[in-house]
Design a binder for this molecule. Sequence first.
Ligand code: HPA
Length: 271
Amino acid sequence: MDVQAAFQALKSRAPFVPELAIVLGSGLGQLAHCAEAVVGVSIPFTEIPGFPQQTVLGHAGKMIFCEIEGRKVVLQAGRFHFYEGHPMALCTAPMRMYGHLGVKAVLHTNAAGAVNWNYKVGELMLISDHINLQGTNSLIGPNVEPGPRFVDMTEAYDRDLRHQIHAAAIACDQRLQEGVYLAVTGPSFETPAEIRAFRALGADAVGMSTVPEVIVARHEGMKVVGISCLCNMAAGMLPQPLTHTEVLEAGAAAAERFEGLVRRFVRDLKL
Ligand code: HPA
């Protein structure tokens, strides 16, 4: 993956340096449609050198430079997952590109399974911290200078931005959970035994993305914050199997609340 070539392609078309990048997870792409209608330079992944076609249902695959609530942002509709067989360098390439471009902060969103018994399907969870069980690390390989070889992850999810998201949730009169996101590779869903193990480890939600990107975003020195849409109760918690369709449907059902929260957060954003 030639990140430099991809970055040059992006830079040549980016109309401005966004303050914030927002990665829209499975089923949460609706925000992209609204934003695109308003303004925006839309760059399909297929027009970025080194980026393959998107394959997963619910992922459109483009970067949209636009204004939301008067703030300059880049929306990333779709992401590359490790389970698709892509190298980590591609999964995290957008983070390198935002870092090079001068983006200050990244809001990651994803669909996740609820592991915490107190959570309900459709609720949103602010990510307080993560557990990486993907069996690899997105920084393996030669260090990308000038980032540090050993990145501090003590407060990977920025405390101040988390406070701002909580404030936005209160302003929108929305319930917002906060918890630990545990990342697996997928693509199989977990077994009930794995979910019990993850709960014992301290996980509140489980998903197949985000963590590689968060690590690289931190390596790039960008602030990070993340929101999971709890699209299903994790395996074995309910007497029924899991499907990707139910994940997408729950994402769609939460889309309006999610958009309200993100808009409010962006409107009041202090970096
Ligand atoms: N497990 C892993 N990833 C997920 C889930 C899940 O239950 N739901 C949405 N993404």
